[in-house]
Design a protein around this ligand. Sequence first.
Ligand SMILES: C[S@@+](CC[C@H](N)C(=O)[O-])C[C@H]1O[C@@H](n2cnc3c(N)ncnc32)[C@H](O)[C@@H]1O
Length: 269
Amino acid sequence: MPVPVLLRQDKHHEPRDLTPSHGTCCGQTDKAMKTASDQQKTNVQRLGEKMALDHGFLGVPTQTFDEGGRRQFAELLREGLSPETSLLEIGCGCLRTAYWLIPFLGERNYCGIEPHRDRVRWGLDLLFDDQVLRQRQPRFDQNAEFDLSVFGKKFDMVLAGSIWTHCSKFHIRTMLEGFLQNSSENAVFLVSYLPARSPEEDYNGTAWVGTSHVSAEPGIVRHSKSWIDTECTSLGLRVDFLDRKAFDGQLWLRVQRASSIGFPGRLQD
Ligand SMILES: C[S@@+](CC[C@H](N)C(=O)[O-])C[C@H]1O[C@@H](n2cnc3c(N)ncnc32)[C@H](O)[C@@H]1O
């Protein structure tokens, strides 16, 4: 069963602000240079780096903690995301994208699936203000079966960022079927992926490849665009391979029902 977030017990009421202080420092060139480069970092980037220092590898590159989440949020906005959109994030990890989504979306409009419970807890503890969590009431589920029905909701958007780059073809098929059964008529399924550049690169194994609730081994997989296209078509879905870069070297694709009239608010350029 999906659970509403458990608010942390300590008394921090705001996400931690790790902005460096702007004290008058002089004399130490190294220190001054370090401070200058540190000043280029956003607060959420610093928070991501702190999370990685505290807990080790987070499942995503630490150096793109801000950029990776920000780019996913930006692409959803291009697709027409608005506060009324009900959105499911598959494999939400340590919440680098939810950092943007949860405050933006209306009450109960954000749901996340992530079997690695600690990653969600670390993100909730460090990235959010308790009041936002109380107001927005995001919900999370830990199932590892790609069961998208657990929230009992028809979603307008489903996001899988850096998930098809780790999962099997069976998993993809399960997500596509889950999307059909648990989304609204004109819903969008936004996915980042890596295309196979040869038949040998087209992943045909059955296991998740990469870190997860049961694995500490990093890894990446690719899937052929023609296989993805055939799979979508066989389910009455349409796939568009977008020519914009996604994040962390990946590309975007968008899945919709073949009958969709398009998502309201999508930017056309
Ligand atoms: C590469 S990370 C991406 C995290 C997040 N989407 C992001 O971009 O920041 C992949 C995530 O998928 C999670 N995962 C592993 N197996 C899963 C499964 N069966 N269902 C859903 N998520 C899974 C991992 O624990 C990990 O947090």
